[in-house]
Design a protein around this ligand. Structure first.
Ligand code: URP
Ligand code: ZN
Ligand code: ZN
Length: 484
């Protein structure tokens, strides 16, 4: 049974052209004029683009004494509703737990996924077992990215010697380290001082994590990665201080990528000053929302290419869960949702305003992610042979975002009331129509794990350069005898 998408304009990261797309067996089999298929999807007036890839989600994540509310079923359903056809989630080992045991838990949760997915592995502690497991994770389990938290002291945080060991191991294995870059020691100190001064509301969460803690940690991670000979992916880049470090590193030829979130691009710190405790607490995430200058810096980074992808860090907690932090902001579960809204919000605030082009939209929501994560062109492409993960995007379709009727399981939406123009007419996951003109037709369990090989081109280039420039003993003749 074949499907043809007719009368649309294909938009990729570098091309825009009119053509039909024929799909069979979950793959794109032909691109051309006047194609025929068993089933037709009319894309008149629409753009046919690679489905979104969200490189940063936390579905059913155990965190701060609870679990994030969206699991792989509701989370991927939300993604598909908004044009996202693949998510990359983080497997998180407990302290002392083997990476492979953590992976088992994530394998079990992900069987309910409605779209394809992959995993990053987190390094939350260091020891010989982690060093050993990393090899199997990379070479047998199809995971080539390792996440490190420089924040969450006493829980997920790792220190600098652990970071250097793990980055070095990543370099040797051809994997890419990732960092949550905030200085966890300083955050812990500032939090304690704020609480002691009676600052216990959600706004104090933002006060405890100023841009400097992010700028410092980003710089530190970049330098450590450089010394280890590894590339670096910086998650949720929220401010100029961190962006500046990334921009500078890239200008120096370092292989560093920055990932702003749709939340940081479109929501600002004034949300925390809302008189309604619930409103402010629902927006508590790390790093916190910033001011307009930081937002402008992130937008400039997307159009200039110093920032590479837009993610969500989807980690959704209900109002009830957020309320566990009443009287102590450090107990408010950190995280916000965004999977359903990333693509429409970025299109509306990016493409419709002229801040980014349609092709840049495709690059930052899909193609760049697939390239960095090394699953391109299976994903992130409209090419013959690629998976038919596609979104037929209607630039005239509009809605006002509301929690009522959303796919996410939580009881609010941080983008509530925002008007968006640009939404999926159809979303296809490996050729199967999951969204049909606003109607959700997902199939639980349809999603498959996407294995990602190590040694992407960037890793290979870095290894070659490191070999060429490594410290070598100087060959000498006539070395003076000692003790004379
Ligand atoms: N970002 C956030 O506040 N929660 C999810 C965990 C993380 O990415 O730090
Ligand atoms: Zn994080
Ligand atoms: Zn995260």
């Amino acid at each position: 049974m074949s499907t043809v998408i007719k009368n649309g304009t294909i938009v990729t990261a570098d091309l825009t052209y009119k053509s039909d797309v024929l799909i069979e067996g979950g793959k794109i089999v032909q691109i051309g004029e006047n194609l025929k298929g068993d089933k037709e999807l009319d894309a008149t007036g629409c753009y046919v683009m690679p489905g979104g890839i969200d490189p940063h989600t936390h579905l059913e994540m155990p965190f701060m004494g609870t679990y994030s509310s969206d699991d792989f079923e509701s989370g991927t359903r939300a993604g598909l509703a908004g044009g996202t056809t693949m998510v990359v989630d983080f497997a998180l080992p407990n302290q002392g737990e083997s990476l492979l045991d953590a992976l088992k838990r994530w394998d079990n949760k992900s069987t309910r996924a409605n779209c394809d997915y992959s995993f990053h592995m987190a390094v939350t502690w260091w020891g010989e077992q982690v060093w050993d497991d990393m090899d199997e994770v990379v070479n047998k389990r199809g995971i080539n990215t390792f996440k490190h938290f420089l924040a969450y002291k006493g829980a997920l945080m790792v220190n600098d010697d652990e970071l250097f060991h793990s980055f070095t191991r990543c370099a040797d294995l051809g994997a890419t380290p990732m960092v949550h870059a905030e200085n966890g020691d300083v955050v812990a100190e500032l939090s304690a001082r704020l609480l002691a001064d009676g600052n216990n509301g959600p706004e104090a969460h933002a006060y405890s994590r100023p841009p400097q803690v992010e700028g410092e940690a980003t710089n530190r991670a970049i330098m450590i990665a450089d010394m280890a000979g590894a590339p670096l992916y910086v998650v949720h880049t929220s401010c100029e201080d961190s962006h500046e470090a990334i921009r500078r590193a890239r200008m120096q030829g370092k292989r560093v990528w920055g990932e702003p979130l749709i939340q940081h691009l479109t929501l600002d710190e004034s949300e925390y000053f809302n008189k309604d405790w619930d409103h402010a607490a629902r927006r508590v995430m790390s790093p916190p929302f910033r001011n307009k200058q930081h937002q402008d810096s992130l937008w400039a980074g997307l159009s200039s290419g110093s920032l590479s992808v837009v993610a969500t860090d989807h980690c959704a907690f209900t109002t009830e869960q957020k309320r566990s932090g009443v009287g102590d902001f450090t107990k408010i579960p950190n995280g916000t949702g965004g999977l359903e809204d990333r693509m429409p919000m970025l299109w509306t605030h990016g493409v419709n305003t002229g801040r980014i082009t349609m092709n840049e939209f495709v690059a930052v929501t899909s193609t760049n992610v697939a390239k960095i994560m090394n699953c391109y062109p299976q994903k992130g492409a409209v090419l013959v042979g690629a998976d038919a993960d596609l979104v037929v995007w209607d630039p005239e379709k509009e809605k006002t975002i509301a929690a009522e009727g959303q796919q996410s399981s939580i009881d609010y939406n941080v983008f509530e009331g925002k008007h968006v123009k640009g939404l999926p007419r159809f979303t296809l996951t490996r050729g199967q129509v999951a969204v049909h003109d606003g109607e959700i037709r997902c199939e639980e369990g349809h999603g498959k794990f996407v294995a990602r090989e190590p040694n992407a081109t960037v890793n290979r280039a870095l290894t070659q350069w490191k070999d060429l420039t490594q410290p070598r003993p100087v060959e000498r003749s006539g070395i003076p005898a000692t003790g004379v």
